[in-house]
Design a protein around this ligand. Structure first.
Ligand SMILES: [Zn+2]
Length: 143
């Protein structure tokens, strides 16, 4: 299978991907099987996986606030091959999920900028509008 953007080979892997569920809300689905391009950020998601994503998003969309409220003290346990991490739900969200999310977003920006894409902090923050033009500043001559 080839990348439709650059033509490089797509390789099967698993990754975490954000999906928009509301105007101001996203969820990150972890360990989704995708075909990732070896040379650019392009990836493909199989129909069966997208069907699972749709089912998950539909479930999340039906949750009521009262089902989530007051769960900040709930225990969250993450098991990795080399360790187990225990959090309260609030610690998990604020200290693990959000820091991982912003880490990955900023890494994407760094990779894109390194490869010549003209994006900046304003793009990261979601601000649109015209970008200020760079001016050449000449040094003042000493009197
Ligand atoms: Zn590609």
């Amino acid at each position: 299978m080839r990348c439709e953007v650059c033509g490089a080979e797509l390789k099967a892997t698993k990754t975490d991907l954000p999906f928009k569920v509301r105007d101001a809300g996203i969820v990150i689905l972890k360990s989704l099987p995708v075909f990732q391009c070896a040379s650019c950020p392009q990836y493909l998601i199989e129909d069966a996986v997208l069907a699972r994503v749709d089912k998950t998003l539909a479930f999340l969309g039906k949750l009521k606030a009262k089902q989530i409220d007051s769960s900040e003290g709930r225990t969250i346990t993450l098991k990795f091959p080399s360790m187990t991490l225990n959090f309260t739900a609030q610690e998990y969200l604020q200290g693990f999920v959000m820091t991982n999310f912003y880490f990955h977003v900023s890494m994407v920006y760094a990779i894109l900028r390194h490869n010549g894409v003209e994006i900046g902090k304003r793009d990261y923050l979601g601000g649109g509008g015209p970008r200020p033009q760079r001016r050449k500043v000449s040094k003042k001559k000493k009197r």
